[in-house]
Design a protein around this ligand. Structure first.
Ligand SMILES: NC(=O)c1ccc[n+]([C@@H]2O[C@H](COP(=O)([O-])OP(=O)(O)OC[C@H]3O[C@@H](n4cnc5c(N)ncnc54)[C@H](O)[C@@H]3O)[C@@H](O)[C@H]2O)c1
Length: 368
């Protein structure tokens, strides 16, 4: 059942994000209703969504289709995978009016979206996100891309999808840790712009984490709306869109210094990053103690682990700082941090010396 539809304006047109439960098997009908009239469809599908769902999706598209089952790892978010997709599109005579459809998490969407942006300078692109993170974050806003040996997401394009279909049924097979990943981004969205949503999350966090209806759909919708409102104002991340990186400069450095080990996944790193940025905001007298404690209380209630020293020791600080400095959002010797003044209000362009951040990490975060 479709529960909500969100329109997103972009510099070159608009698209819809459709949110609901158990509607993806009526794909052909939905595509027709949304004005899609292609002859061929390339389906890039994450293997892990399971045979049953793959069969249902394949059956629901009556047009000629090529199915590519994708092993979605950060290693496969690569030029090699994009090349394979582009070759198959060429081999099967796809043209710009045909369609590339991704079914999977952020890795599948980012890789497929990038291939879609390159093929004949842009083929139609439909994204069916199947992780919570992809449903609330990566499927919206048009960032596509791949990793290289030099780092994550370093090659990419801004390429907007023509349609996003977020069906919560997919989330039922998602491992619990992946649910936490998506929840971290929902929480981030509430902190950067909507105290009312934060209070809703605080009241209903257990129902959301258990994927109970209507709580999960409402959390997804509100989260998408916040991201929509931000990317509509600043599609190419000139300024405002940077607030979406709240917690992420720390988080990316934590992930990188653990060489993207499975011991700390992206969402867990984001929780550590949110905590680090919050504590830094408190130490720099931006946020007051009662708002800080409100958020910490929520992290504890949701059982989200924010203890940085559980993963790192003082020995790692040099590495963490160097990754923070190399973050692609930084363009000077100093490190730019996105900080919180109060829930829903951000400080965007504050830069700090490496020394200040080093002593903060050593003295305030890594306290065993
Ligand atoms: N484009 C953007 O704006 C943006 C924003 C945030 C993150 N990202 C990118 O997104 C990626 C992370 O996304 P993600 O967390 O969705 O990762 P992901 O695509 O790796 O999915 C996480 C795991 O869940 C599995 N999976 C996917 N759907 C499933 C389902 N329904 N049931 C069971 N297992 C399933 C995947 O195979 C994978 O093992 C990163 O590469 C990150 O850089 C992009």
């Amino acid at each position: 059942m479709i529960k909500a539809k969100l329109g997103i304006r972009t510099n070159n047109g608009s698209y819809s994000v459709v949110i609901g439960t158990n509607f993806f098997n009526k794909l052909s009908k939905i595509l027709r209703k949304n004005g899609f009239n292609f002859n061929k469809c390339f389906l890039l599908i994450d293997k892990k969504i399971g045979k049953k769902r793959i069969k249902q999706i394949s059956k629901s598209i009556s047009k000629k289709k090529i199915i590519y089952l994708f092993n979605s790892t950060e290693k496969n978010k690569s030029f090699g995978s994009v090349l394979k997709i582009l070759n198959l599109l060429q081999k099967n005579n796809f043209n710009r009016n045909d369609c590339l459809l991704t079914v999977g998490g952020g890795i599948t969407g980012d890789t497929g979206g990038f291939a879609a942006s390159l093929f004949k300078r842009g083929i139609k692109f439909i994204n069916i996100p199947t992780t919570l993170l992809a449903q609330v974050d990566s499927s919206i806003g048009g960032k596509t891309g791949i990793n290289t040996v030099y780092g994550k997401n370093l090659i990419g394009s801004f390429y907007q999808p023509n349609l996003v279909l977020a069906d919560t049924l997919f989330l039922k097979t998602l491992p619990k840790r992946e649910i936490t990943c998506g929840y971290a981004e929902i929480l981030k969205h509430s902190l950067i712009s909507d105290k009312k949503l934060f209070l809703y999350l605080d009241k209903n966090v257990q129902n959301i984490l258990k994927l109970k209806s209507p709580f999960i759909e409402k959390a997804i919708f509100k989260s998408c709306k916040i991201k929509r409102d931000i990317v509509q104002k600043d599609e190419k991340e000139n300024n405002l869109r940077k607030i979406l990186n709240f917690g992420h400069t720390f988080a990316h450095a934590y992930e990188a210094s653990m060489t993207y080990s499975k011991k700390l996944n992206h969402g867990e790193a984001v929780i550590l990053g949110i905590y680090s940025s919050l504590k830094f905001s408190l130490d720099n007298k931006l946020i007051n103690l009662s708002e800080f404690n409100l958020i910490i209380g929520h992290l504890s209630k949701a059982k989200l682990s924010y203890n940085v020293s559980k993963y790192f020791s003082k020995i790692d600080t040099k590495k963490i700082i160097s990754y923070m400095q190399n973050d692609k959002k930084n363009n000077s010797e100093k490190i730019n941090l996105i900080l919180l003044k109060k829930i829903g209000s951000m400080e965007l362009n504050k830069k700090f010396s490496k020394e200040k951040i080093r002593s903060f990490i050593n003295e305030k975060l890594l306290i065993n």
